[in-house]
Design a protein around this ligand. Structure first.
Ligand code: AMP
Ligand code: ZN
Length: 458
């Protein structure tokens, strides 16, 4: 398997630290609001990476954090729960959005069932311990800072202009053009949630900086170095640069061997923003009647390292493609089509090609093109039912398109289809047309093929 490594800026052969096993860490969501469709693109990419590793027979240990304390969560918790105690307000806000995140992720086919998902606030002590081990730090009135002027390795991921190195920055996220000392621990302001930190004979009531959260949690569950660290491109600097610096300063080993980043999703050619009114959540897509998996297909049609420009037209096209795949999957309920066809003799070859495409830096578009060929074949030849379901299961494992678990139509629909077929055989065309309309009203299209009628969901 080959994958692009941001550390080397090249596509590299993937070699795990321990043969057959992969330790994978994902920077998870900051749970202060609904995630947007850009965030979902990144989590879908990470889900695909995990699936491709499994398709390559690696045992994957996946860890993802939930950022449930940082500048944004604290600010929003004060706004949404005024009058509550700071930690309670923070807990209420972050649990709410964490749950909503899982719901969205599930709908777009992300499988977290084998992932270890951990909250920052449950690991404050691990963060204190890690901060204690970092030699390059100093305390100021607003917190404890990482001193990059002492760290000769700073700038592993990106080439940096170090002329600003004594500049100090108090925000979790900051101006990407400046190198700055960043907070490991932030002194709490009045009415902010805070944890005690006894260090160097002082006690600083405050909370961890954003970057230290991931460093502490990844080493705890995956060790250091671990194999692959993932996130969107905006995390390269400063977040991942800072994670690398602190972790190496504390433990004297690299943080991870591969850093893999996905490009951003744009909407109508622009960065999503609430003021531009081009900011979408999954709910905005669903209320327009789209299948959430259509969004997944849309993201898979592009390479993860290319920007993806979201438009309603492109989502529409992705949905049409998904419908074709679903109609193909639904052929397994339609024995009239089976047995006569030769389709399915090449499933193993096609699946191997698909895994090969995915294993070459996650070429999801080519993988979809391989499936499309199978669907075209089935559309003309029908399918061999016994061969179809095992293939759908393998495809789902690799791409998460939800094809294997689709439901048959109801007995009542089946009866209508049967009656229509009888009417046709008896050349009772008006009755047959009437029944076709009735089926259409119930969302079922009928296509008469040489092998018999085939239904599909409209
Ligand atoms: P956050 O909750 O802001 O830390 O972001 C969660 C994940 O979404 C991170 O991996 C980000 O890099 C990623 N992300 C943020 N904005 C976008 C976007 N417009 N397109 C794709 N990924 C994004
Ligand atoms: Zn992180």
């Amino acid at each position: 398997m080959r994958i692009y490594n941001t550390l080397s800026r090249r596509v590299e052969e993937f070699k795990p630290i321990k043969a057959g096993e992969v330790k994978l860490y994902t920077c998870g969501p900051t749970v202060y609001d609904h995630v947007h469709i850009g965030n979902l693109r990144t989590y879908i990419f990470e889900d695909i990476l995990r699936r491709v590793l499994i398709s390559n027979n690696f045992q994957v240990q996946h860890v993802m954090n939930i950022t449930d304390v940082d500048d944004k969560t604290i600010l929003r918790s004060k706004q949404e729960f005024p009058g509550e105690k700071p930690k309670q307000a923070l807990g209420k806000l972050t649990r709410k959005y964490e749950e909503l995140f899982y719901e969205d992720a599930y709908k777009v086919g992300i499988d977290f069932s084998h992932s270890k998902i951990i909250r920052a606030t449950n690991h404050i002590n691990d963060m204190r311990e890690l901060i204690r081990r970092i030699p390059y730090k100093y305390t100021s009135d607003d917190g404890i800072y990482f001193d990059i002027s002492q760290d000769k390795n700073y700038g592993t991921l990106v080439k940096l202009d170090r002329t600003h190195e004594h500049h100090r920055i108090n925000n979790d996220e900051y101006d990407k053009d400046h190198v700055a000392d960043f907070a490991l621990w932030k002194t709490a302001e009045k009415d902010e949630p805070s944890w005690e930190f006894g260090i160097d004979g002082k006690n600083i009531a405050g909370r961890p900086g954003w970057h230290i959260e991931c460093s502490a949690m990844s080493v705890k569950y995956l060790g250091q170095p671990f194999d692959i660290h993932t996130g969107g491109v905006d995390l390269i600097f400063p977040h991942h640069e800072n994670e690398i610096a602190q972790s190496r300063a504390a433990i004297n080993k690299p943080l991870a061997n591969y850093f893999v980043h996905s490009e951003h999703l744009l909407v109508d050619g622009h960065k999503m923003s609430k003021t531009r009114a081009n900011f979408y959540t999954l709910d905005n897509i669903l209320t327009k009647g789209f299948d959430p998996l259509a969004f997944r297909v849309l993201t898979l049609q592009a390479h993860y390292r290319s920007q993806l420009n979201f438009t309603w037209e492109s989502l529409d096209a992705a949905q049409s493609f998904l419908k074709r795949l679903q109609a193909w999957a639904d052929l397994k309920f339609q024995p009239a089509l089976g047995h006569k066809s030769n389709a399915g003799h090449n499933y193993d070859t096609v699946f191997k090609k698909l895994v090969r495409a995915l294993s070459e830096d996650l070429n999801t578009a080519e993988a979809l093109a391989e499936i499309s060929k199978l669907v075209t074949q089935a559309e003309s030849e029908g399918v061999v039912i016994e061969k179809l379901q095992p293939m759908l299961k393998k495809l789902d494992q690799a791409l998460g398109l939800g094809l294997a678990n689709r439901k048959d139509v109801s007995p009542q629909i089946k009866k209508l289809i049967f009656r229509r077929e009888q009417a046709r055989k008896n050349q009772n065309w008006s009755e047959a047309d009437h029944l076709r309309d009735e089926l259409a009203n119930q969302g079922i299209d009928i296509n008469d093929t040489p092998h018999g009628p085939v239904w599909s969901r409209a």
